[in-house]
Design a protein around this ligand. Structure first.
Ligand code: GLY
Length: 349
């Protein structure tokens, strides 16, 4: 998978974007924002002469807009403004914009190139990188989509300065996951970052290493046939927790659910594959202190969580819930099956 990841140094987002445009030499440039990034972020790229001339399409912000109607509005915008398969679409936003914009570009006239400029930490460390694109459909998240990478992902940590602490921590959960699936050294390093101060300069190096973990995995297995499943660590239980929180009208951010999912799946990793008990306790203590506890879950919800996991799209059938677990830091075991009793113990933990 050919994808250039650029983490900008001091305020040179416009320079890097100009360079990427020059490399692609497109016939027509188009910009996609949501209402928030149009107001808060667009001015950072508007200084580029090519962007000043570019048609801009603004969509509603938030996951509820990640649907067929919004997608159709992007195709319509591209058609009306004369985009061709030699044009380029620039997606400026969080995971919702880069997923939907990436899908719109990948399917327009059978595929035009696109550049992602993630404006959230979660987007930068996960959604914008690795080529997964798509929309929600029929009440299911990311049900329709393709895997097709952006030609360039340009990351400017200055954007993350405007995020509240919850959204910063939400993104950081994916960095924790990358630490666990890569090595003990990487895990130790990510634990040392001061998440209360959240220094954006210091974050650059952590981000560089963390995205590198994802990129190495995606390069080996772009279509998630085997090792890319490592990136799902913490997500089987995490997604169920996230869905349950929405059902209870007490929604939690994705990264919080993933952080709690990591703890539960580390418990399973210890029980089934001998992952160090001490390290599981250390991770639990860190995550509990940083993310708190999912207070909206009681033992009455375990059956519902189990049901949600049975319908996870990563399973081959509803009879067996498929987990990615770790026998050690960086030692990934895919397609692990867990019985209900042990699963409930892990959630309890
Ligand atoms: N978000 C996990 C992946 O890109 O595979």
């Amino acid at each position: 998978m050919n994808q250039k990841i650029i983490i900008t140094e001091d305020q040179d987002l416009a320079v890097e974007l100009s360079r990427a445009i020059e490399e692609l030499n497109p016939k027509g440039i188009f910009v996609l924002c949501d209402e928030t990034t149009r107001k808060m972020c667009f001015s950072r790229i508007q200084t580029i002469p090519e962007i000043q001339k570019a048609p801009v399409h603004t969509i509603g912000a938030g996951d509820s807009h990640k649907n067929l109607d919004t997608l159709s509005s992007v195709w319509q915008f591209l058609c009306e403004n004369g985009a061709t398969r030699h044009s380029v679409l620039i997606n400026l936003g969080g995971g919702m914009v880069t997923d939907l914009g990436g899908f719109a570009a990948s399917t327009f006239k059978r595929g035009m190139r696109y550049i992602n400029i993630p404006t959230t930490l979660l987007g930068a460390v996960d959604a914008a990188v690795g080529g997964k694109t798509g929309i929600n459909f029929n009440g299911l998240k990311n049900e329709i989509g393709v895997i097709n990478p952006a030609s360039h992902v340009i990351i400017d940590t200055l954007f993350f300065g405007t995020l509240d602490i919850y959204n910063k921590l939400s993104g950081y959960a994916e960095i924790l996951k990358h630490g666990l699936i890569f090595s003990k050294e990487e895990w130790t390093k990510v634990l040392q970052f001061d998440v209360e101060r959240f220094d954006l300069i210091e974050l650059r190096q952590i981000l560089r290493d963390s995205i590198n973990v994802k990129q190495q995995i995606v390069k080996k297995d772009p279509f998630e046939k085997n090792i890319r499943k490592a990136l799902n660590f913490g997500h089987t239980i995490g997604h169920a927790i996230e869905s349950l929180s929405h059902e209870k009208n007490d929604p939690v951010l994705h990264g919080y659910a993933v952080a709690w999912g990591l703890v539960a799946e580390l418990y399973l990793s210890h029980a089934l594959l001998g992952f160090s008990r001490e390290c599981v306790s250390q991770a639990k203590a860190y995550i509990q202190e940083t993310y708190g506890k999912p207070k909206f879950i009681s033992c009455k919800d375990y059956d519902r969580l189990f049901e949600l996991m049975r319908h996870d799209k990563k399973n081959m059938s509803c009879d067996q819930i498929s987990f990615t677990l770790l026998s050690d830091f960086g030692q990934v075991q895919t397609d692990q099956f867990v019985d209900q009793k042990l699963l409930f113990e892990a959630i309890e933990y």
